[in-house]
Design a binder for this molecule. Structure first.
Ligand code: SOE
Length: 400
């Protein structure tokens, strides 16, 4: 069934989505939901989904609500009846697909991080900016910018409510690979993922630090660690383990398990970051705190509908962190949802991302985060990896 989300008299934009796993499922929900929740200048038609294997892709099309399915993304990019290409694949194919789609005149939404290297991100940005001159729009999927609480925080900082930003403190903690038996999945292979926790979840907190403060990082000092350096190969681990055979064949983990780094922003603020997949017990523990000369805020994704704000201008006897429940109709994105107190979830950030993308296309506006903003994050990721590899970054402490 083709789902038409026609906006009065204007044909919907026809979408081809490449990828159907976790991000593909989240994006599919967003394409289905955004035109039904927000009043948008253009709707979306879920025309075709693409994957590597026919049977799995066909099943995904039926489950996720796509009219057609394909295993040939190059054919989709060339179709005249496709307006948008949504890239939900591992990082090693972002550049090839996004560049081909932009050069074919398709608007592109590309998952984060933009590419696997700075060189890829630079090429993608150049192609995107040339395409923008032809009215072709592009966005990179830093979905956490679309958390209402963090959009509110950005507004507060921009309005001067925190004064001069002095500290940014950001963390993203997961624990899904603490078990040494977890196989050597694509996210643990540099040639596919580009990097490990750093590029996967560190990219989010780097982008958020720059988004909420409006300040770019201008330098970092870093260390990364791979705690488990070899893991069972996926095919071997599932096959032999199931058959009770010999130990699975092992493969090298070629990415970081954790990255810890600090930086300085162009405004002189000090920033500290931790991105790890080894914070046992933390499932998706993302948080950020900003301290300014006139106040602070902190945010914890596990309480994603709340923003905690400290107003430093209140007399100390009456001061304290105040909890804002970010569910009022005039809070960012809430106009489309429920009455106050009816909280939102992770998937809403993707619906907001798609709604903004459709609005920008319909209004002939360049979306944000742009590929150039994605390139800035890529440059920070690269600087973290180079800093971590440099000998000079570390001053040993005698332990005798
Ligand atoms: C895996 O770490 C992952 O799916 C990330 O790739 C997403 O960007 C994040 O939102 C949730 O965790």
């Amino acid at each position: 069934m083709t789902q038409q989300h026609a906006t009065a008299g204007v044909p919907p934009l026809r979408v081809a989505q490449i990828g159907y796993a976790f991000m593909g499922a989240a994006h599919s929900l967003a394409w289905r939901t955004a035109p039904r929740v927000f009043d948008l200048p253009r709707g979306a038609e879920m025309t075709v989904i693409c994957g590597r294997t026919a049977s799995a892709t066909e099943a995904a099309a039926h489950k996720l609500g796509w009219a057609e399915w394909s295993t040939d993304w190059r054919e989709l990019v060339a179709r005249d009846d496709i307006d948008i290409v949504d890239v939900c694949t591992p990082g090693d194919s972002h550049a090839e697909i996004a560049i081909a789609a932009l050069e074919a005149g398709k608007h592109v939404l590309c998952e984060k991080p933009l590419g696997n290297t700075v060189a890829e991100a630079e090429e993608m940005t150049a192609v995107a900016e040339a395409a923008a001159a032809r009215g072709v729009r592009s966005m990179v999927g830093f979905n956490y910018r679309r958390l209402p609480a963090l959009s509110l925080a950005r507004q507060m900082v921009a309005d001067g409510r925190l004064g001069e930003v002095r500290h940014i403190r950001a963390k993203y903690q997961q624990d899904w690979i603490v078990d040494p038996a977890f196989p050597l999945a694509w996210r643990l292979q540099k040639d596919k993922a580009g990097s490990g926790a750093l590029g996967d979840i560190g990219a989010h907190i780097i982008d958020l630090a720059q988004f909420v403060t409006g300040q770019k990082l201008v330098g970092v000092s870093a260390t990364t660690e791979t705690f488990i350096k070899q893991r069972p190969l996926p095919a071997a681990s599932s096959g032999l383990a199931a058959s009770g055979g010999q130990a699975a064949e092992m493969g090298e983990v070629t990415v970081d398990d954790a990255a810890v780094f600090f930086g300085r922003t162009e405004g002189g603020a000090l920033a500290t970051f931790e991105a790890t997949r080894f914070a046992t017990g933390r499932k998706n523990g993302m948080g950020i705190e900003v301290n300014g000369s006139a106040g602070s805020f902190f945010f914890d994704f596990e309480s994603m509908n709340e923003l905690h704000v400290y107003d430093g201008t209140v007399p100390a006897r009456d001061a304290g962190f105040r909890r804002i429940l970010v569910t009022e109709p005039d809070h960012p994105y809430l106009s489309g949802w429920w009455p106050p107190g009816h909280v939102l979830g992770y998937e809403h950030t993707f619906t907001h991302e798609v709604a903004d993308f459709l609005s920008d296309i319909g209004s002939d506006r360049d979306p944000s985060p742009s590929f150039r903003e994605g390139l800035q994050v890529q440059r920070v990721l690269d600087a973290v990896e180079r800093s971590s590899a440099a000998e000079s970054r570390w001053t040993p402490i005698p332990t005798s």
